[in-house]
Design a protein around this ligand. Structure first.
Ligand code: SF4
Length: 309
């Protein structure tokens, strides 16, 4: 039995089969790194922590889709794929360039759609119109990195946009046939446990259908790692996180599909917290915690608590 609405089961229900993600690095950069918004980037950001070695921007999108899908076919017998434009900001280019890159992936017959990770300040009407037209034929999921609904945290992490910007992006995206995802990081030292937890209520009241949450990880070669070395702050212990994530999900709308529940930065760059658990063990332990607490997604779902922006 599953205690939460997982992406895997959602996809199986919707498409009648497993659909695997193929990671694509289309060579985008990020406005919070190239100087148009900022140069330093978000204080926790080390893109090596989320760029799998299998995807190389030196290969074309088509080659990456073919390489990734052929690997997944052999390993898991996969037949259908979502091209996941993952590192950096994957709508950070003119609309015509985006269309060329997205279509290169969608032209592969086994690709049924796209997942596109981006910032809420890198979307505009022209790009949304492009995504809307693709969404009439394909599964198109835009994942907005928001990280927190609190402006004090967004300032602390040097995000380069505020919460209002996220709400504006949602307004532009909703009702256009485009699936909307959000990405939150939990455990910033700027928030109390209850403040972080109440983001579950806030997100539940927004037009967000897919959610990734994960614990804050301090990784090497980031301003956050320097801060942590100078003045260590609290990071989630493993058992504490299991309870937190269950608390969060039981307050979450049962309609929201969970795409990620924890992060797994490579050991080589991870500073803290170092839980020494595999992905499989973490998933198992989260399920076990739901079972032990006899709870499930949405059990404590309450009406929207609006956070002022
Ligand atoms: S986390 Fe994303 S938005 Fe922030 S600096 Fe890194 S790539 Fe840019």
């Amino acid at each position: 039995m599953r205690y939460y609405n997982s992406f895997g089961s959602y996809i199986k229900r919707r498409f009648g089969t497993s659909v695997h993600k193929v990671n694509i690095d289309a060579g985008f950069t990020c406005p919070n790194r190239d100087g148009s918004v900022g140069l330093a980037g978000c204080i926790y950001c080390n893109n090596d922590s989320f760029r799998p070695s299998s995807c190389k921007p030196s290969l074309s999108v088509r080659e990456q889709v073919r390489n990734g899908s052929s690997y997944l076919r052999k390993r898991y017998g996969a037949e259908k794929f979502i091209a996941y434009f993952q590192p950096y900001t994957n709508t950070y280019a003119p609309a015509e360039e985006l269309e060329r890159l997205y279509r290169e992936a969608l032209d592969e017959p086994s690709v049924i759609g796209l997942a596109i990770g981006t910032r809420p300040d890198c979307i505009d009407e022209e790009k949304i119109a492009l995504l809307e037209s693709l969404a009439s034929r394909y599964f198109i999921l835009v994942e907005y990195g928001i990280q927190s609904v609190y402006d004090s945290t967004l300032q602390f992490i040097n995000r380069g946009h505020d919460y209002r910007r996220f709400l504006d992006a949602l307004d532009m995206t909703k009702g256009r046939g485009i699936e909307i995802g959000a990405h939150l990081i939990v455990g910033f030292p700027t928030e109390t446990r209850e403040e972080t937890l109440s983001m579950s209520d806030v997100i539940s009241g927004l037009p967000v259908r897919f959610l990734k949450i994960h614990q804050l990880q301090v990784v090497k070669d980031t301003p956050l790692a320097d801060m942590f070395a100078e003045s260590p702050f609290h990071v989630f212990a493993y058992d504490e996180y299991l309870d937190f994530v269950v608390d969060f999900i039981e307050r979450l709308s049962p309609d929201i599909v969970l795409q990620r529940l924890f992060a797994t930065a490579p050991d080589a760059i991870l500073v803290a917290p170092n839980w020494g658990r595999t992905r499989h063990e973490m998933l198992r332990d989260i399920e076990l915690r739901f079972l032990q607490r006899d709870t499930w997604q949405g059990r404590k779902h309450a009406p929207l608590v609006q956070v002022s922006d």
